[in-house]
Design a protein around this ligand. Sequence first.
Ligand SMILES: *[C@@H]1O[C@H](CO)[C@@H](O)[C@H](O)[C@H]1NC(C)=O
Ligand SMILES: *[C@@H]1O[C@H](CO)[C@@H](O)[C@H](O)[C@H]1NC(C)=O
Ligand SMILES: *[C@@H]1O[C@H](CO)[C@@H](O)[C@H](O)[C@H]1NC(C)=O
Ligand SMILES: *[C@@H]1O[C@H](CO)[C@@H](O)[C@H](O)[C@H]1NC(C)=O
Ligand SMILES: *[C@@H]1O[C@H](CO)[C@@H](O)[C@H](O)[C@H]1NC(C)=O
Ligand SMILES: *[C@@H]1O[C@H](CO)[C@@H](O)[C@H](O)[C@H]1NC(C)=O
Length: 587
Amino acid sequence: MNLIQSLLVFLSFVPIKDSSILIGKKFFLELNNLRQHYANKYNVPNMHKLIWSRTLVDISKWPNWDVSLPKARKTWRYDESVTYLPGFRDIKDQPGFTEIKDAAEAYFSNPYNNTYTMGHLELLNPVQRFIGCGPKFNAKFNEFSLIHVCLVGTEGKFTFFDTSRKSKKLPGSECHKRYKNEGGLCVAKNETEESYHGYSQDIIDDVNRIRKKYSKQFNVPNMHQLIWSDDLLKNLQNMAWNNGFMGARVTWRYVQLDTYIETFIERELSNFFEKTDVEKRSFISTNSDTTLDSLEFLNPLQKFIACGQNSNTPSLICLLGTEGKFTMFDSSGKSKEIPGSNCQKRYRNDSGVCVAIKPEEESYFGRQSDFMSDINQIRRRYAKEYRVPNMHALAWSNELAEILEPLNMTIVRAQAKKTWRYGALNTYDNTIYHIKADVTRFFEMNRTAKNDHIVKTLSDKDTMDRLEFLNPLQKTIACGRKEEEGVTYIICLLGPEGNFTIFDTSFQSQLAAGSKCHKGYYNEDGLCIMQIPTQVPIIDYRKMAEEERNKALTEEPEPEPILENHGNEISLGYLLVFLLAKLFFNI
Ligand SMILES: *[C@@H]1O[C@H](CO)[C@@H](O)[C@H](O)[C@H]1NC(C)=O
Ligand SMILES: *[C@@H]1O[C@H](CO)[C@@H](O)[C@H](O)[C@H]1NC(C)=O
Ligand SMILES: *[C@@H]1O[C@H](CO)[C@@H](O)[C@H](O)[C@H]1NC(C)=O
Ligand SMILES: *[C@@H]1O[C@H](CO)[C@@H](O)[C@H](O)[C@H]1NC(C)=O
Ligand SMILES: *[C@@H]1O[C@H](CO)[C@@H](O)[C@H](O)[C@H]1NC(C)=O
Ligand SMILES: *[C@@H]1O[C@H](CO)[C@@H](O)[C@H](O)[C@H]1NC(C)=O
């Protein structure tokens, strides 16, 4: 038994799990010194200073390191036999260091290749940037041992520096983006911004570059350039994660990545495009109810992206909005469309992709003006489809906006159901799809199930959710952003009804849409629109005369309608005074 072995036996009785991570942190600082030493000795231009990564520590907890680990060698590699022990004053005296140095010297004189791991040499791979170590679990004794597993990322391939001593390169001269040369080592300019999961600006640049490439290759007319959304990011970080997000696929879809590596996404995409058309279709139809992984990045209609971590999951998640439905472009290679020829409003073609004309004015939450035309469009659509006689158009109400402004959600709930009710949306964008997706399930229910649903929802809470937007009797609306449990929604107050009403959804209605408008409203193509009183009535004499002629031709003459016109009254009054004055004073 040598010294290390006896130490291991002795120390394996000591609780080591937590102190181990602490020593690991010191250990890796010393490892960076070793990397720097080799960078200068062998003129390595791209030796990076390793950054401690919590995520890699978490992955190191994998219980069984004896297998070939399919997840390894994609965005991280590992060394499973690092020894570092408590009780050494100087980290440099750790037996592990001698072992690493010995392994390096052996390799310099006699290089070799191994399939799964290159052992200690993995820790000297110049292009790795992150490290995380943890005690290795010993299944036999059901405990953590003093041997550690160290993971390095984000490279999946083993690369080593030129060990011939012939390199004429300057140490630290070929650093990763955002890294600078510090004593021959490439050091991150701001360590807190670097993460094993990737740098957000890299993700969006790369994804947009990939989108442009596919847009040109497949002649996609409507591929939009993605805009980074801090709003979406905030929601992502705060929302409750339940294995795929309950809220997904309404105004956003998601991709979950082990880490952000561009080549990884490109590999997944080329796997997809190598499939036959039938395989492609079947892949999309099986997975579009959850996530299509990297293919989500190519949904041409998405406009916003945010990537980050949710507190409930260690992996990187990207949300793409505001489409809830997955749309795929024609990937047959036969498209004759012109890239950038079918952009959404406020977007224009820029080298084959649709780019926002004023990106600073676009946001995941969308625009109120778009929403107002969409909301009345969908109300009209349902009014005509279900022959609703009294579906009123919604008009924006500044009064409701003033009511809503100071309220938080607790108070909104408490005050609802008197002269207004409320409904929630994720964004003003895409309202039609958003509401339709949500109410379709209701419309497809049978009569009993519909009634049960209404009774149950109304007794559970104060809103019928998206159905509130189809209450035919509501006439005014005002919306604003409200936060609840860290997630921001658009909350709309709808008035004047405090009770929930839904139209006859049985398809039995024989009435005409817009035939029973409330007083002051008139039917405009199935929707009851408020008649806007004009200050001075505009009388179309020609039209009146024409109507009169028509009337005379077809039916009995009617008594002249009495025109109430203030303006005429005044002028008649003046005329009378003028005539009287003329009579009496002879002016
Ligand atoms: C190891 O494998 C790589 C790639 O296959 C090859 O380029 C290299 O020469 C090999 N090294 C040795 C020492 O066999
Ligand atoms: C580094 O980045 C973090 C997060 O973006 C920021 O808060 C901090 O101020 C930056 N530090 C420096 C020195 O720029
Ligand atoms: C969009 O721009 C690209 C490159 O500038 C051009 O080839 C393409 O014809 C443009 N599309 C339209 C619809 O103008
Ligand atoms: C909502 O506002 C009321 C009154 O302004 C306040 O008492 C209450 O604590 C707030 N609730 C939350 C959850 O912020
Ligand atoms: C209505 O739907 C519910 C739930 O889907 C079902 O249990 C019930 O049998 C249906 N009723 C009728 C009359 O079809
Ligand atoms: C709402 O419904 C309740 C109970 O059915 C009724 O008493 C009340 O008058 C209704 N309110 C309005 C404004 O219609």
